[in-house]
Design a protein around this ligand. Structure first.
Ligand code: SF4
Length: 315
């Protein structure tokens, strides 16, 4: 296992140098969609996995090799849950002290009810927290948490962290067909995320081989419903992470089809809004719509009486 890897390009973080502070696979969850397979060590108590100085040294060496100018974030994104590592705070502070670099942590948030976990993460510049469900039976089905974890305590911990954290906080919600992609649950998740007021609320779908073979992405219709319900509570900070690179919210007249596909990879767009944008660009909406309909990359879906253009998922 490489302790430090990359930098890898990331839509959310730019050029991200990954830090693996947890050996595979120790996690407090065993999510049905996890790309690392089922969790071998389901744990909910913090402990030491490596000497914290070894992690800081490894980051320092790798950063020296690739050049700090080629790194936007040093990101804790391990083969498990990074906050299980009791030395995480020391590692974050050590890296920031040595390198003056920005540090990101991608956590499932399940241990944020612990004071020391919240304290450790306060030193990170960017934190992503997972919120897949707010109803206990759906939470158990999706994330298969360690039996000692209590959902209301977990959610309360996330809220408490959000109230004190001054860095960039984002949320990520994975949607799985038939498990948490129902409007009722999505509304409740969106309402909860609205209280956190994150910089971005990402909706993602499984795009890599999942831990359980029956796991599938939701239909495009359900993704659209989720996107719209999220925007009702969270506003324009909602973005899709559905396995395609997104573009600027801008139509390139030279390359309209490609730029529209880039936009809808991140934000489904209402057809009437799109047509207006095309007219402003002196492009023929009819011709573009015909070409989009003929392509296998986009699909038109009606929601609450309005037509939307949605990125088609390859299933
Ligand atoms: S929290 Fe992350 S690492 Fe842990 S099981 Fe879920 S997806 Fe995998």
């Amino acid at each position: 296992m490489e302790t430090v890897f990359g930098p890898v390009p990331s839509r959310r973080l730019g050029r991200s140098l990954g830090v693996n502070n947890i050996p595979p696979k120790h996690c407090s969850y065993s999510c049905i969609y996890c790309q690392l397979g089922r969790t071998q060590w389901l744990e909910a108590r913090r402990r030491s996995f490596y000497e914290w100085t070894t992690i800081v040294e490894a980051v320092k060496n790798k950063a020296a090799k690739v050049g700090l100018d080629n790194i936007d974030y040093i990101t804790f994104v391990p083969d498990g849950e990074p906050t299980l590592d009791i030395n995480l705070g020391k590692e974050i502070r050590g890296i920031k002290g040595e390198l003056k670099a920005k540090v990101a942590v991608i956590t499932n948030g399940s241990l944020l009810w612990m004071d020391d976990v919240r304290e450790d993460l306060l030193d990170a510049d960017w934190v992503s927290v997972k919120i897949d469900a707010v109803t206990p039976n759906i939470y158990k089905k999706m994330d298969r948490p360690h039996p000692s974890l209590d959902l209301s305590k977990v959610l309360h911990g996330i809220l408490e962290f959000a109230n004190t954290y001054s860095g960039t906080l984002v949320t990520e919600t994975m949607l799985v067909d038939g498990v948490n992609d129902f409007a009722d649950e999505i509304s409740l998740i969106a309402e909860f995320i609205g209280k956190i007021n994150p910089a971005k609320a990402y909706i993602s779908v499984p795009t890599r081989p999942p831990a359980e073979p029956w796991v599938a992405p939701p239909s495009e219709k359900n993704i659209l419903v989720a996107y719209n319900l999220f925007t009702e509570y969270i506003g324009d900070k909602v973005e899709l992470l559905i396995g395609f690179e997104g573009g600027e919210f801008n139509i390139d007249s030279e390359n309209p089809i490609e730029s529209i596909l880039g936009i809808i990879s991140v934000h489904p767009i209402r057809i009437d809004v799109l047509e207006k944008l095309l007219e402003e660009k002196k492009l023929d909406p009819r011709d573009i719509m015909e070409r989009l309909k003929a392509s296998s990359d986009a699909v038109i879906i009606t929601y609450r009486g309005k037509e939307f253009l949605v990125r088609r998922l390859t299933r």
